[in-house]
Structure formats: structure tokens, C-alpha cells
Design a protein around this ligand. Structure first.
Ligand SMILES: *Cc1c(COP(=O)(O)O)cnc(C)c1O
Ligand SMILES: [Zn+2]
Length: 431
């Protein structure tokens, strides 16, 4: 096992500084042991221990050599794959599935990368772990650091992360440092802290995060009995998932474990779309921008993993698309009212699938898996504001507004008549 710079190709044997001397990001290069899909199938019967995790079940493809006593696992993964008629109708894609990563222990897919990177931190003897975060990375890191007994320091953009996520980081006992700036400023500080202050960095700059996130693809394929869909659609912020999914598919193909490689679609918010603009433009470098979107988890203007992500999109003959905040919140309202529910950034995948279908990139009979990255309860403020019609930049066409009433049965009956346009008895006598 070694590391390779994705920009200049140079190999390294340690993660020293977390970036290559040329400034490029590193990826893990494995010498894979012999493995078959049957092994992963047999492990589905494990009810405890590392192989009951939806990440460590695929240990041979993620971190073959780590000893099980270094592994820090909740366990994570084992998230559901849903079909919902309302979401299929909305996107125009009949055969659509939702892979709900909000069902992980701390409520987002970040746990999949974190279990691997924290285990590696333990293995390598780290003391202080650190990350910059739009919220979910800090929540996840704080929980896994607490479990492993490591000191955790999180850098968050002041006033920009949702309460659900901030609450987790504080509650799990991390030292929270609010940076007067945006995520990209916080990320820069952490990178400097990595080399100057000896922090063990747990952002997706850390290639072990990416290794863990590959398991989203492995688990989803296993749930589909190793039949790849035509498309995998994922929200894109720092581009760690886009990078991880491409690497997962490339490795599965090289190992002969799948024949067909699904196309990967990476979906950005219009106000935080540097990767989309790069993909559409003619520059040979990504141009950082000042990000602005209601979907705080993808509010990133200078994504760390763009070189790897570009590789993923090219390798899978994929697509990069953008969606507006109104499209994101409307797709979220559809996912939410189907009973599944997700946080705003997650719904970018569903909004993106709808857009790619409208533009005929996705054909109506193709099979699509949209990844929902985070849990509905992560961002209650924006969900409530949407349904109250209080989001300035969003046209809330799927509003579900609460109503007020006096606490007596006559007023309630009156109100229900107004709401339903029918007398109460009719509804009651149906029983
Ligand atoms: C981190 C996060 C993203 C962005 O993922 P990247 O891998 O950084 O592109 C999207 N949605 C949610 C809920 C997240 O927590
Ligand atoms: Zn390099």
C-alpha cells in the first residue's frame, strides 16, 4: 500500500502533510488481496464485529492491511435503498432508487469515510484530529474521536452551519472554533495546521476518507445483487464523493467484479458551482468562487478533490449539472413528503436527476440511483422556513403551512371544513 499524487503521479509511503510537494492531493494505491463477491455476501450474516459494518464488510477493497484492533466502528452504513412513486413521477425516471446515507450513525455519509480515517489515525498514533466543516464532517469526526479517545478540533464558518450539526459537534465534545470566513477559509487554516501544528487532518483531503466513502457504491451494488444501474447521481460540494465513487467503480472493474460501469452525475448548487463551470468551460484549472446556496453542505467554492472528481466523471462518461436553490428545496419537499426525508444538499441529486431527464441525458427507461447524503433532521431551520414561506431566495411551491386555531372543538371543526371543503361528519362517518 502506498500513496500517489493525483497531479504529478509521484508516490509517497507516508501521508506527511496530506498533500504532495507539488500541491496535488494524494490517493491510496492498493495491492488488493484475492477477494470474491461471495465473501461480502457471507458477511451479511454478521450481527456484530467490524464485518457487520457496511464499510468494513468490504475491508479488502478499502483498507486490507489494518488490524481489527485499530478499527473504530459504530458500525456504520447498512443504509436503505428506497423506491418511491412520487420521486419517480417527479423526476420522470420510472426505475429510480434513493440510497439514504442520512441513515448513518451521525446522520450523514461522512461516517463511512470517518470510520476508516479515524481508524488509520489510531493506527498511526495521532493525538489531535482536526477538520474544517460545513457541519456534517465535524459532527461525524466528533463522534468517532470521542469513541477513539482522541482530541478533536473543528473549524467551522461562523454563523453558516445548521443547528442540528453544530449541536452534534458540541455535544460529542469537540473543541469548536468558529472562523470568521467561509468553509474555504476554514479549510485553508486546517491545511496550515496540518503542517504547522501537527493536526491529523480528517477532511476528505485525507485519502482514507475517500476509501471509506467507496463503500456507498459497494453496498448499493450489493443491494442490487451486483447489477449496476445506468446512472449514479450525487450532490457535489468538496467533491469527495464524486472522487470516491469513480475510484470504487474503477477498482471493481479492474478486479473483474463488475462488467458494466454506471455513469456518474455530479450535481452542484448554482451558487456554488465551480466544478460545473470548469466542466462547461475551456480552462484547464478550476476557478475558485465565493459560494452562496441554502444547501450549506455543498456551499463550497474551492473544492479540494476536483482533480480526482474530474477523473471520475471522465472515466464513467459522466455528467456535471447544476440546480437552483428553488429546485433543490422543491426536490427536497418531494422526497420529504414521500416519507423518506433528507437535508437540503441531499435533494440536489434528485433535482439533478430530474434535470438530466428533462435534457434527455438520462433516458426514461434507464435505471438511476440518487444518493441522499444527509438526514432530514440536520437542518430543521430551513425546512420549517420553507413551509412557512420565509425563504427569501426560494419559490416555495410545495409549502405545507401550519395553521393556528382557538383550543375549542367548534373552531377546529370550522377550520377543518375550510381546509378540506367538506363537513367533519363525512370524514368521521367513513370509519
Ligand atoms: C459533505 C456533504 C456533501 C458534499 O459531499 P462532497 O463529497 O464534499 O462533494 C453533500 N451533502 C451532505 C449532506 C454532506 O454532508
Ligand atoms: Zn504531486
Amino acid at each position: 500500500m502506498k500513496y500517489r499524487c493525483v497531479r504529478c503521479g509521484k508516490s509517497a509511503s507516508t501521508l506527511n502533510g496530506f498533500t504532495c510537494g507539488c500541491g496535488g492531493t494524494l490517493e491510496v494505491v492498493h495491492a488488493f488481496p484475492e477477494v470474491s463477491l461471495d465473501v461480502f455476501g457471507q458477511r451479511l450474516s454478521h450481527i456484530d464485529g467490524p464485518f457487520s459494518s457496511g464499510v468494513w464488510r468490504y475491508k479488502e477493497l478499502i483498507h486490507p492491511r489494518i488490524g481489527t484492533d485499530s478499527i473504530v466502528t459504530r458500525p456504520e452504513g447498512n443504509t436503505n435503498l428506497y423506491r418511491r412513486g412520487a420521486v419517480s413521477s417527479y423526476t420522470g425516471v420510472e426505475r429510480l432508487q434513493l440510497k439514504h446515507e442520512g441513515e448513518n450513525p451521525t446522520g450523514s455519509f461522512k461516517d463511512r469515510g470517518m470510520t476508516v480515517a479515524v481508524s488509520e489515525a489510531v493506527r498511526s498514533g495521532a493525538n489531535i484530529v482536526a477538520c474544517a466543516s460545513t457541519g456534517n464532517t465535524s459532527a461525524s469526526m466528533a463522534a468517532y474521536a470521542a469513541q477513539a479517545g482522541l482530541k478533536a478540533v473543528v473549524f467551522i464558518p461562523e454563523g453558516e452551519i445548521s443547528y442540528g450539526k453544530l449541536a452534534q459537534a458540541l455535544a460529542y465534545g469537540a473543541q469548536v472554533i468558529q472562523v470568521r470566513g467561509n468553509f474555504d477559509d476554514a479549510m485553508r487554516v486546517v491545511k496550515e495546521g496540518g503542517s504547522e501544528l501537527g493536526f491529523y487532518i480528517l477532511n476528505s483531503l485525507n485519502p482514507w476518507r475517500v476509501e471509506g466513502q467507496k463503500s456507498i457504491v459497494f453496498e448499493m451494488l450489493q443491494q442490487r445483487r451486483w447489477q449496476p444501474p445506468d446512472w449514479i447521481v450525487v450532490p457535489a460540494g468538496n467533491l469527495g464523493n464524486t472522487a470516491a465513487f469513480g475510484k470504487a467503480l474503477r477498482e471493481l472493474k479492474e478486479l473483474g467484479l463488475i462488467d458494466k460501469v454506471p455513469r456518474l452525475a455530479s450535481i452542484q448548487a448554482e451558487g456554488a458551482n465551480p466544478f460545473y463551470r470548469f466542466w462547461r468551460g475551456k480552462h484547464n484549472r478550476l476557478e475558485p468562487m465565493k459560494p452562496d446556496t441554502i444547501a450549506s453542505a455543498i456551499k463550497i467554492g474551492n473544492p479540494v478533490s476536483w482533480v480526482k472528481a474530474l477523473d471520475s466523471i471522465r472515466m464513467t462518461d459522466g455528467a456535471v449539472e447544476q440546480v437552483s436553490d428553488t429546485e433543490i428545496m422543491e426536490a427536497k419537499a418531494i422526497v420529504d413528503s414521500s416519507g423518506v426525508g433528507c437535508e437540503p444538499a441531499s435533494a440536489a441529486s434528485v433535482a439533478g436527476a430530474r434535470k438530466l431527464r428533462e435534457m434527455s441525458d438520462i433516458a426514461p427507461d434507464e435505471e438511476v440511483v440518487c444518493v441522499l447524503t444527509g438526514n432530514l433532521l440536520k437542518d430543521p431551520e430551513n425546512t420549517v422556513k420553507y413551509h412557512l414561506g420565509e425563504l427569501q431566495t426560494v419559490d416555495a411551491r410545495r409549502m405545507n403551512k401550519p395553521v393556528q386555531v382557538e383550543p375549542d372543538i367548534g373552531s377546529i371543526e370550522q377550520l377543518l371544513k375550510q381546509l378540506n371543503g367538506q363537513p367533519m361528519e363525512a370524514a368521521v362517518s367513513g370509519h
